[in-house]
Design a protein around this ligand. Structure first.
Ligand code: NAD
Length: 452
């Protein structure tokens, strides 16, 4: 499964993961403390996304009734997932699939297994997907799913039970032309394979039901790397504008999982040097450089990030303060908040994670002249490659990795240029411009269909 431990591990959640234990883990995760790998923000992910949405709506002067349509999700499904775990007891988890808006195409969005998952978090992530698919200009709407299970502590067979049970419960609202899940935190190609297989039992072999599948099951070359690669395409667009030479740059990654580790490995291919990294277990730094491939290999083989040879163990907050060119937050939401934004030592932030930055932190970063490439465009590479995988699945035809990467580059560059042109035209930050562009496209599609 995904690299590293979950916050359940770092908060020391106990053996029993019934609803009470899950609630306790969430409360513990919400309390700030110096020893924790991440600080929680002053506002929820849903409030963060809605704040940015409202600011763009104001700029677009959208009427209140139209705003209301996009404020709420179109459909919310909550299901019970009872799993008999290795301890012989039934543990009951909650699963959510939320479809925010489908004006531009089938709903699309990842599935997260994490004890902090709750309905508001999934609402936030679903609406972010609506604006993201629109900014990238791929023909999808926005959705998200999640199960509040402690994935990092579960056995593979238990995770398989969660994935299959979740699919069983939500399959009625899914379909290759309705809603197509993908991996997110603590889910991966294997999870998608189980979900596809479960869907196939009811509907026949349907590879286009989810993306991010293994290559052996009609997954796409390049999908696993795509979100990280997309972040790097964004950096390459931004670098000349801010006078950074990628080959001479340094970077830090917060959250060395799928997105973070691939962004790091591809940054390194440009000649950039990683000087700090973290995951749920802790943080490390080395001014001489941390080899991104070797760190990924070390974690793949079961090593702990904090035991990576040659690097100094530091506190997660000190990671953010490292003087470098680029910080890539690639963990959870709300990690950069009003309590730590002032300490950020990077000149550029590329938001690999969803909602890593609160509005208060965003304002502080703006004052510090930090160039922020926001989640809604920066991490769209995953959904773009998912779009390619879906297209290949519908045709039962496979593209080469080169084709995928080239096409991904084309779309990411276009997204950056569309948004930065709008930002320049209206003299606004990239985040506001991205929301403006995304919302405008969704409203146009909704109007053209006659929804609004
Ligand atoms: P992942 O599970 O592979 O990796 C998450 C990483 O974050 C792990 O290394 C984990 O240990 C680390 N982490 C968790 N809590 C942490 C903490 N408190 N401090 C530091 N590190 C911590 O998940 P992923 O798929 O790489 O997703 C990471 C982020 O990127 C999420 O916000 C996700 O929504 C977003 N995202 C993912 C994709 C995708 O294609 N996978 C696409 C777009 C956005």
């Amino acid at each position: 499964m995904a690299t590293g431990a979950t916050s359940a591990e770092q908060t020391g959640a106990e053996e029993n993961h019934g609803p009470e234990a899950v609630e306790r883990t969430k409360r513990e995760a919400a309390g700030a403390g110096d020893q924790k790998p991440g600080q929680r923000a002053e506002m929820s992910n849903l409030d963060i996304v809605r704040f940015y949405f409202d600011r763009a709506v104001e700029r677009l002067e959208l009427a209140d009734d139209i705003r209301t349509v996009f404020w709420e999700p179109y459909r919310e499904v909550t299901v019970q997932i009872p799993i008999k775990r290795a301890d012989g007891q039934i543990h009951v988890f909650s699963g959510y699939r939320i479809q925010h808006n489908g004006a531009r195409g089938p709903y699309k969005g990842g599935v997260r297994f994490h004890p902090e998952v709750d309905i508001d978090e999934v609402r936030a992530l679903a609406s972010l997907m609506t604006w993201k698919t629109a900014v990238a200009n791929v023909p999808f709407g926005g959705a998200k799913g999640g199960v509040n299970c402690p994935a990092g502590e579960m056995e593979r067979s238990e995770l398989q039970s969660v994935a299959r049970s979740f699919m069983d419960k939500i399959e009625k609202v899914l379909g290759p032309t309705r809603d197509i899940p993908a991996p997110d935190v603590n889910t991966d190609a294997q999870t998608m394979a189980w979900m596809m297989d479960e869907y196939g039992k009811l509907h026949g072999h349907t590879p286009a039901i989810c993306t991010g599948k293994p290559i052996a099951l009609e997954g796409s070359w390049g999908r696993e790397q795509a979100t990280g690669r997309g972040c790097v395409f964004m950096f390459r667009e931004a670098a000349p504008q801010i006078g950074i030479s990628p080959a001479e740059s340094t970077f830090v990654v917060q959250g060395y999982g799928n997105v973070g580790s691939w962004a790091a490995r591809i940054m390194q291919q440009l000649g950039s040097k990683m000087v700090g990294a973290s995951d749920a277990t802790g943080a490390i730094r080395s001014d001489g450089g941390i080899d991104a491939d070797e760190l990924a290999g070390h974690l793949r083989e079961g090593g702990k990030l904090t035991e990576f040879p040659g690097a100094e163990v530091i506190s997660p907050d000190d990671l953010l303060a490292i003087e470098c060119d680029v910080l890539i937050p690639a963990a959870l939401g709300g990690m950069i908040h009003e309590g730590n934004a002032d300490r950020i030592g990077a000149r550029v932030i590329i938001e690999g994670a969803n909602s890593p930055t609160t509005p208060a932190a965003d304002a502080i970063l703006h004052d510090k002249d930090v160039h922020v490439i926001p989640d809604v465009m920066a991490n769209a590479g995953g959904v773009v490659a998912s779009y390619f995988e879906w297209v290949q699945n519908l045709q039962h035809f496979r593209w080469t990795e080169r084709e995928v990467n080239d096409k991904l580059g084309g779309i990411m560059r276009r997204a950056y240029r569309d948004v930065s042109a709008r930002a320049k035209e209206e003299q606004i930050p990239l985040r506001e411009a991205a929301y403006v562009v995304g919302i405008e496209r969704v409203v146009e599609a909704s109007r053209t269909r006659g929804y609004v």
